[in-house]
Design a protein around this ligand. Structure first.
Ligand SMILES: Nc1nc2c(ncn2[C@@H]2O[C@H](COP(=O)(O)OP(=O)(O)OP(=O)(O)O)[C@@H](O)[C@H]2O)c(=O)[nH]1
Ligand SMILES: [Mg+2]
Length: 178
């Protein structure tokens, strides 16, 4: 069993937190995973949370935290005792890529993030002109930050449509076998 599972996903109440700038697609992902249907969203003020279970029986809570500028000061409150951080990027929002990476870097600096797996989700790949994961990765490495060394882009698809896909993505990041 993988390190990630034994560390976080196997225990009861595994907590997975989604962060990312406003409009990145976090709530869309949450409700897509919960209901398997396209759901119309509006900007999140505070957070949404759902209990989910993968087909192989792994239970976790998925927290979707509002990403508007005025709400980002509250992000550290959500980063205590988490199993995984999913940082959702809007791959079409090239103008705010640097802002998104800076917000991610700040989150990674939280003491609770030591040793926690991070999935960087390059969302909205279905939109023509969206930055490909490799391009995002390249731009990121040019910044010469710790992100280049410690993060990999795992999912270059539009929102994962199942909890299993999400779980697999996170496990791929951990480089451990299922
Ligand atoms: N084309 C496309 N649109 C998406 C995708 N994911 C989300 N969207 C759209 O992006 C917009 C913002 O989505 P939300 O899920 O509300 O974004 P959010 O990250 O929760 O935003 P905040 O709550 O403000 O932090 C909505 O119009 C979604 O329909 C995707 O994979 N592809
Ligand atoms: Mg939202």
């Amino acid at each position: 069993m993988g390190k990630l599972i034994s560390k976080g996903w196997r225990k009861r109440d595994a907590r997975v937190i989604m962060l990312g700038l406003d409009f990145a697609g976090k709530s869309t992902l949450l409700y897509r995973l919960k209901s398997s249907q396209a759901v119309e969203t509006c900007p999140t003020v505070g957070f949404n949370v759902e209990s989910l279970k993968t087909p192989c029986g792994v239970s976790f809570t998925l927290w979707d935290v509002g990403g508007q500028d005025s709400l980002r000061a509250s992000w550290p409150n959500y980063l205590e005792d988490i199993s995984t951080l999913i940082f959702v990027l809007d791959s079409t929002d090239t103008a705010r890529l640097a802002e998104a990476m800076a917000a991610l870097e700040e989150a990674l600096g939280h003491p609770g993030m030591a040793g926690i797996p991070v999935l960087l989700l390059a969302n909205k790949q279905d939109v023509p002109g969206a930055l490909a994961p490799a391009e995002i990765s390249e731009q990121n490495s040019r910044r010469g930050t710790v992100l280049a060394a410690s993060l990999g882009l795992i999912s270059g698809c539009a929102v994962p449509t199942s909890t299993r896909a999400l779980h697999l993505s996170v496990q791929m990041f951990s480089k451990d076998a299922f």
